[in-house]
Design a protein around this ligand. Structure first.
Ligand SMILES: [Zn+2]
Length: 420
């Protein structure tokens, strides 16, 4: 297959994915019902229910503009040979293959981020603000961006640097080495997330002694859960939306509660939410998901290794035949091949995404069932209702949209499963 054919395949895939997303979004808006589902009656009054749907529609419209903008940027870069231009520009300025690749991806990442900033700004300071969720100041927004760049630069840079180093030193086994290193990195990230990454963006304090702490400790003891530290995070710094999660792999598990969760839920409800999280741990879901992503990463890197040296991929991205030849002769890695591969691979990522979401939704039901057995399904249902009303979430999403995007089952399905 020559470069031109691959170019058209890439354009077709990108366009197909863009259209598919828009169709699903449309279906999702159409699935909105004028009246509340009878099981949820009383959850909202008429005005509030209407408001929740307007919120969803505004979010969806913004999503359309935002994905259209990044689709157009990619299309322009592809059809004008923009990627190839960045490739030769960085080649001219960096002698080493590693330096060139790092510079290439830094430029591409900054470009696509610049395109998305106006939409993120509009989402935070216009939509989230209008519906009363936003607590972020423009200053926090900008500081978050800078920290995000620094963090992404360091982590992404290190991983990319490692990959190029393995590629040039171990031509046959580099992808297996990269797989091991990436998975170790992912393991480390899950272990240290709450201790290192989170404090860069939020203030974390230990939960003070009192009724809530006692109730959590009592529950953990009853189900033989290795409870580590219980911490409170200032989620209210950015949004009124609430959450809770566990962190740590092996050994003791630390709990992080958003301050907004403590404010909104009763003690019984918080314990039920944590019982659900404990359910994930007891049913070994974290381990299972880690295993699935390890297999997924292995397959992806294996397929990548079959295409990574293809001259045709670089040509499809607009590189001239002679420059591709020079690159291949030096046995250096072309960033153009990595970009082309990521685009050609998108149908497979789409399918793995659907499979992983299906696993995740199944796990959510299992965790709910665990909470029902060891805590209270009524308290959990009350908590889920409160959180879903509070975040104006979509109560009647389209089935196909759920399959594609939902890692958690819709509220109604979770209630029905727990009522059985
Ligand atoms: Zn869960």
């Amino acid at each position: 297959m020559n470069g031109d054919t691959i170019f058209y395949i890439i354009i077709a895939l990108l366009t197909g994915e863009f259209v598919l997303e828009r169709v699903l979004s449309r279906l999702n808006i159409k699935a909105m019902s004028a009246a509340l589902p009878s099981k949820l009656s009383g959850l909202y009054d008429k005005e509030e229910y209407k408001k929740s749907q307007e919120y969803q529609i505004e979010k969806d419209n913004l999503g359309l503009y935002s994905s259209a903008a990044s689709y157009l940027l990619t299309l322009i870069l592809l059809s004008t040979g923009g990627y190839a231009w960045i490739d030769s520009f960085t080649k001219d300025h960096f002698d080493s293959n590693t330096g060139q690749i790092l510079a290439f991806f830094a430029i591409v990442a900054i470009l696509s981020d610049i395109i998305s900033i106006p939409f993120e700004w509009k989402n935070t300071f216009s939509i989230e603000e209008k519906y009363g969720f936003n607590k972020m100041t423009p200053k926090t927004f900008i500081i978050d961006k800078i920290k995000g760049y620094a963090l992404g630069g360091v982590i992404g840079g290190l991983l990319l640097w490692g990959f190029v180093a393995f590629y040039s030193n171990f031509p046959d086994t580099y992808w297996i080495i990269a797989w091991v290193v990436f998975m170790l990195f992912a393991l480390g990230a899950t272990m240290f997330y709450a201790n290192i990454i989170l404090p860069m963006f939020n203030k974390i304090t230990p939960l003070e002694d009192g009724e809530l702490r006692t109730a959590i400790e009592k529950y953990a003891e009853g189900v033989d859960f290795p409870l580590g530290r219980i911490m409170v995070m200032d989620g209210s710094k950015r949004s009124t939306k609430a959450n809770a999660f566990f962190s740590g792999l092996g050994g003791n598990k630390n709990i992080v509660l958003y301050d907004t969760l403590i404010e909104k839920l009763s003690i019984d409800e918080i314990v039920a939410v944590l019982a659900h999280e404990v359910g994930h741990y007891k049913r070994k879901h974290t381990l299972q998901m880690f295993f699935i992503s390890a297999v997924n990463m292995f397959i992806t890197l294996f397929i990548l290794s079959k295409f990574i040296d293809s001259k045709e991929l670089a040509e499809a991205m607009g590189a001239s035949k002679s420059s591709v030849f020079v690159g291949a002769a030096k046995h250096s890695l072309s960033p153009l091949n990595l970009v082309a591969f990521s685009m050609l691979y998108s149908p497979i990522s789409l399918i793995t995404g659907i499979v992983i979401n299906a696993f995740s939704r199944k796990n959510e039901f299992e965790a709910d069932a665990f909470a029902k057995d060891t805590s209270s399904s009524l308290a959990l249902i009350d908590a889920l209702k409160k959180l879903s009303v509070d975040s104006l979430s979509n109560l009647t999403p389209d089935e196909n949209y759920v399959k594609m995007h939902y890692s958690h089952p819709p509220l109604l399905q979770r209630m029905e499963a727990m009522e059985d």
